[in-house]
Design a protein around this ligand. Structure first.
Ligand code: SAH
Length: 253
């Protein structure tokens, strides 16, 4: 029986997922609550990722070791870096890099020592399935969010992007910082704090991984006063709808 791991970065996202799992059982490991149950006929283990690379890597390792998860999907929010990546868009990562990894001059900048690589790939099949689910959801955003929320957050015609997502132990909240990141990694569409670490763990275990991030901010000086509301009213609804579409489109095995 396949076991799907769902890591949510936000409490609100996890709560929305758990509301879909009528039979979930809580198992506590390493100070984390893992929720084992079913959703659309699939066996699912849902957990809060925790914030930052190490915390998320520990959560992922437990999912793989203790719960024998054989597919891992991460959902959360991220800062938009790509020029056309706007608040309310969704990025499906095709590859992930730790932007704060730098063992130069011993290794090239961003390369993870002893791996011979900076970039960890997301699983191409999962990316295609999740991008398609995302497109369906964003194409019908009004149904999932309501007109009022769309207007309040100035969201119009949200787009699905696929490409590089970068991760580091820093909330990027100045234009100067995001400018530096864009210069160092020009292909990066979005920045967050966990994805590349989880991708590395999944690479070690040979388990397919993908990450879907709703853009909550532009990683710049514009104070995001409504971050919490955005998570509750936009990002967690998108995550839920995307995961639900994706699970429905997969044959339980
Ligand atoms: N206020 C939040 C904390 C969010 S920390 C809380 O109380 O939980 C930031 C989270 O959002 C991390 O999971 C990170 O991956 C993501 N994120 C969103 N925008 C980001 C940005 N501009 N830079 C880095 N991470 C970002």
């Amino acid at each position: 029986m396949a076991v799907i791991g769902i890591m949510s970065a936000m409490h609100e996202e996890l709560a929305a997922v758990l509301a879909q799992m009528p039979d979930e059982q809580r198992v506590s490991v390493a100070g984390r609550d893992f929720w084992v149950g079913h959703w659309h006929g699939h066996t699912v283990v849902a957990v809060l990722s925790r914030i930052g690379k190490v915390a998320a890597a520990t959560t992922a390792t437990v999912l793989l070791e203790r719960f024998q998860v054989d597919t891992l999907v991460f959902t959360g929010v991220a800062g938009g870096l790509g020029l056309n990546v706007r608040v309310g868009d969704v990025v499906v990562a095709t590859g992930l890099v730790q932007h704060d990894m730098d063992a130069s001059p011993l290794f090239p900048r961003h390369e993870v020592p002893l791996y011979g690589r900076a970039r960890f790939e997301a699983d191409a099949t999962l990316v295609a399935q999740l991008a398609s689910a995302t497109q369906q959801v964003l194409g019908d955003a009004e149904r999932y969010l309501g007109l009022e929320t769309l207007a309040q957050f100035h969201l119009s015609r949200p787009q699905t992007h696929q490409g590089l997502v970068i991760s580091g132990d820093r909330f990027v909240a100045t234009s100067a910082e995001s400018h530096v990141l864009r210069q160092a990694l020009p292909d990066a569409l979005a920045v967050e704090m966990e994805g590349a670490a989880v991708a590395q763990v999944c690479h070690d275990y040979g388990v397919p991984f993908a990450a879907v991030r709703t853009i909550s901010d532009r990683a710049d000086d514009e104070a995001h006063t409504d971050f919490t509301r955005f998570i509750r009213e936009v990002a967690s609804r998108y995550s839920l709808a995307i995961l639900s579409q994706w699970l429905l489109s997969r044959q339980p095995v």
